[in-house]
Ligand binder design. Structure first.
Ligand SMILES: Nc1ncnc2c1ncn2[C@@H]1O[C@H](COP(=O)(O)OP(=O)(O)O)[C@@H](O)[C@H]1O
Ligand SMILES: [Mg+2]
Length: 216
């Protein structure tokens, strides 16, 4: 499956999710490719910091022709995860046209909710060309026992996009592991963060995007 992690807002967790979803897929025995679609190159920086053998290849493809170039490369992998660029519409559009599923990380804050409207609008436009493109919010950096975190599903409802039932909490291990070029699954294999990531990957596999791809 080709999954794009996109939000026009920066700092919401696109790179964190892309790297760690790819790592869980690799741990599960799949062959993922991580595509860095952001000119800032954070996923590439993560992989060059890494001293251990790679878990999966990371390639830089921050260009608006991604949808033309990716299908051929994707044939060699079970899954492709695209770490998207903030703000640049033509890069996001191209990533959407290349994908089966868009994950929209969003933090439980009104600023993130408002800023996500632009991404939702871009997805609606892409769905005109690609009616089977699925998209879902992923709540990231949820703070335990906070009312805002608890009610955020409801706050997102008016935007008309589903919300993945698996959420990720705010945890320091995401930055700590990234600093060493590691995934959370390697740095803290028995942590709650890994359990949340594994549950997220199960939810992704259960989305309509994956069912349709399998049926095709
Ligand atoms: N669930 C989380 N818990 C704690 N920190 C997080 C979490 N998700 C992301 N972060 C931190 O937030 C910052 C921005 O995340 P990043 O993945 O770079 O966002 P983006 O790619 O959308 O710009 C990073 O410092 C990252 O470590
Ligand atoms: Mg990033």
């Amino acid at each position: 499956m080709i999954i794009a992690v996109l939000n026009q807002k920066g700092g919401v967790g696109k790179t964190t999710l892309a790297v760690n979803i790819a790592a869980i897929l690799a741990r599960n025995g799949r062959r993922p490719l991580l595509v860095d679609g952001d000119p800032q190159g954070s996923s590439l920086a993560w992989s060059s910091t890494r001293e251990r053998a790679p878990l999966f290849p990371v390639v830089g493809m921050a260009k608006p022709t991604l949808h033309r170039d990716l299908p051929q490369i994707a044939q060699h992998y079970d899954d492709v995860i695209i770490d998207g660029a903030p703000r640049v519409n033509d890069l996001s559009r191209s990533a959407m046209l290349a994908s089966d599923l868009v994950l929209i990380p969003v933090q439980p804050s009104p600023y993130d909710l408002w800023a996500s409207l632009e991404t939702v609008q871009l997805i609606r436009e892409a769905q005109q060309f690609r009616p089977h493109l699925a998209a879902t919010f992923v709540i990231n950096r949820k703070i335990k026992n906070s009312a805002l975190g608890r009610d955020f599903d409801g706050a997102l409802a008016p935007l008309g996009m589903p919300v993945l039932p698996a959420h990720l909490q705010q945890r320091i291990v995401y930055a700590e592991s990234a600093a060493q070029g590691l995934s959370v699954a390697e740095a803290a294999p028995r942590s709650e963060a890994v359990q949340e990531l594994a549950a997220l990957v199960v939810c992704i596999a259960g989305t309509s995007a994956n069912q349709e791809r399998r049926a095709a």
